[in-house]
Design a protein around this ligand. Structure first.
Ligand code: ADP
Length: 315
């Protein structure tokens, strides 16, 4: 049975008469990692703050494991671990001191605090860092401490706002691996403006644009959208475009600066076999043929552009 851990219904936040977040609804189940993706200013942090009970929605509601965060904030918040965009670190403390305070704040039972600190350090690769001052740690390790404080009470839901911003590539790789691992036992929501991050870490993705959800689904569905009806072919002796356009299913040809040819085709009429046969028969010197994947960036632009178009039509 799937356990619903987060239920957001029609979340809306108005700032100065303008909707920063409009009618955002979704559910998250145990064990899922949800990527909340959008350009800067899209409404990600505002949504995270509402999900964690740090900002009251203008409209809508949030339930954590069935508990309404406005009606029962204490109970609901006890089920959440949150790493805000600016990690709440006391830099003059050691890692052990800080995590002990975090455990107390999260109401971990006194006799379990030592163990909780030890487990959080282990999970975040901080076992050797307990006696170090936080201010002397690298940004990547400080971020690990931020994540450790978010999971110290073993919450059902972990919410991380832009957890890899400002880290170097190795730190980013390590933090992403840690987030993936957390997904096994918790529900994780992470916000990011980095598309490949979502692809690497998440199984569900939501794209937010100007406060509105423009995509909500499994990462596989987003990936499928990358496969436009296009093939990329390489020919040593390319024919005139007409010869390619005559092949059944082919609807258009674009020769790319690299010399490769992008062949568009009608839905459901993959012309790969016919192209290979024609190339062999006519001596075109075919050396490459593969699906021409639209970059995720293009998918993202298409999604946000469509939404803008719809809004303009509605206006
Ligand atoms: P993101 O996290 O995706 O970068 P935010 O949620 O921070 O986006 O911001 C969404 C929109 O709400 C932006 O236009 C931002 O300027 C506006 N906004 C955020 N916080 C406030 C605030 N406290 N007062 C007024 N406007 C705000």
């Amino acid at each position: 049975m799937t356990t619903i851990t987060v239920e957001a219904s029609e979340l809306t936040r108005i700032y100065g008469g303008r909707e920063a977040v409009s009618n955002v609804s979704f559910t998250l189940s145990k064990g899922e990692v949800l990527g909340f993706l959008g350009p800067n200013g899209a409404g990600k942090s505002t949504t995270m703050k509402m999900l964690t009970g740090n900002l009251a929605p203008s409209k809508g509601r949030v339930k954590i494991c069935g508990i309404d965060i406005i009606e029962n904030p204490k109970e609901a918040k006890a089920l959440i671990g949150y790493l805000p965009e600016q990690p709440p670190l006391y830099r003059e403390f050691t890692v052990d001191e800080f995590l002990t305070i975090a455990a107390r704040l999260h109401r971990v039972n006194n006799q379990h605090i030592k163990k909780a600190v030890q487990v959080a350090k282990e999970r975040c690769g901080l076992t050797e860092m307990g006696k170090r001052l936080i201010e002397n740690l690298s940004k990547g390790y400080q971020q690990r401490v931020g994540i450790a404080q978010a999971i110290i009470h073993n919450p059902m839901v972990v919410i991380l706002d832009e957890p890899t911003v400002g880290l170097d590539p190795i730190q980013i790789r390590d933090i992403r691996a840690l987030i993936k691992e957390l997904g096994g036992e918790h529900s994780v929501i992470l916000s990011t403006h980095i598309l490949p991050e979502v692809e690497m870490v998440c199984d569900h993705v939501q794209i937010i644009h100007k406060g509105q959800l423009v995509f909500n689904g499994a990462i596989d569905v987003l990936k499928q959208q990358r496969h436009g009806n296009k093939l990329l072919i390489g020919l040593n002796n390319p024919p005139e475009n007409d010869a390619l356009l005559k092949i059944a299913g082919v609807t258009g040809i674009d020769t790319l600066p690299s010399g490769l040819i992008s062949v568009r085709y009608a839905e459901g009429q993959l012309p790969a076999e016919a192209i290979v046969q024609a190339a062999v028969k006519s001596g075109w010197g075919l050396y490459q043929i593969n699906p021409d994947q639209t970059s995720l960036e293009e998918v993202f632009v298409q999604l946000t552009f469509q939404e803008q178009g719809l809004q303009e039509q509605a206006a």
